[in-house]
Design a binder for this molecule. Sequence first.
Ligand SMILES: *[C@@H]1O[C@H](CO)[C@@H](O)[C@H](O)[C@H]1NC(C)=O
Ligand SMILES: *[C@@H]1O[C@H](CO)[C@@H](O)[C@H](O)[C@H]1NC(C)=O
Length: 327
Amino acid sequence: MKLLEHIPLLQILFLAQISSVASLQRAPKITTLLETVDALLDHNATFICEVDSDPPADVSWTRNNEPIRYYDSRYITKENGQMLIIPNVKDSDNGEYCCIANNWIGQPAKSCGALQLKMKPQIKRHPMDITMLVDSKAVLPCVTLGYPKPDITWIKDEDLVKLSDRVTILDYGALKIHNIRKEDAGQYRCVARNSFGIAFSKPVTIEVQAPARILRVPKEKRVPFGTKVSLECNATGNPTPTLTWLENGNTISEASVEETLVGDVVLSVLHVEVKQPALYTCLATNHHSGGANTVKATARVTVSGTSDLFKHARLTFPPKPYRPGEI
Ligand SMILES: *[C@@H]1O[C@H](CO)[C@@H](O)[C@H](O)[C@H]1NC(C)=O
Ligand SMILES: *[C@@H]1O[C@H](CO)[C@@H](O)[C@H](O)[C@H]1NC(C)=O
């Protein structure tokens, strides 16, 4: 007070005016700007917006330009609003956050930063083994989590699946195969990858089934009476078909059948002694996921040296068991 006595009153008033403008009243200034926050899933994310302001500023927050209300239980604010905490961050919390400091003196100050969830890829839904019929359409799902959104690739038997018009990866990661072929059978897994890591699905198998199909049809034969002939029939399919022979539409009793499996082809050879003209039918049957099917091929075996009339007669009567000396 002693000092003041020596300063003229006018000067005191002037100083008071300066300080009220320059020191006590100033627009807010953000001294710690918002930064991009990389948050791990289920961890807390914190934004700091340190404000220098006199009088103290009101600090409010926005997410993607929408105001965050102070009563919103999703968020916690501390330090007079200068700290925003987002507990247990989820994918849905990604976005741009801004703080706005306003003390109604001059312009409000604003600073913005992004929240980026970071999350290693995870396989949320694994594909499963499937059995498909050839020419059908197969879809193997692969549902993933991760941030940034993982890139999905598929591997088959340790090689990258080649994409084409027929083989595609859908937006949500599933592998789709049109007109499935035998060579599509194998072991598959999906691979999800982002900048934070990689995840593999469990391996699954695509089995491709095919209806029975006869490749080699038995040949027509004309042989002398009593000749032993061999008729060949081969068939493929998945599961492996069973082959059976019929004589004039009936099961054969006096014949021998040789069967060999070569790869996925069953070769069946019928050995029969020709005592009468007959029709021999090879039947190939399999049961697959689409149901069951039977295909057949027939060959006529005629006896040379018999008249056409006789041959005709023998065919129209029901077949009789052969007895020596009958003809
Ligand atoms: C996240 O924030 C909540 C609420 O403030 C707190 O209880 C919890 O301990 C925090 N978790 C971590 C991992 O910091
Ligand atoms: C089956 O028949 C086809 C057509 O005649 C032939 O090319 C193939 O070699 C045969 N396979 C076997 C195992 O007999």
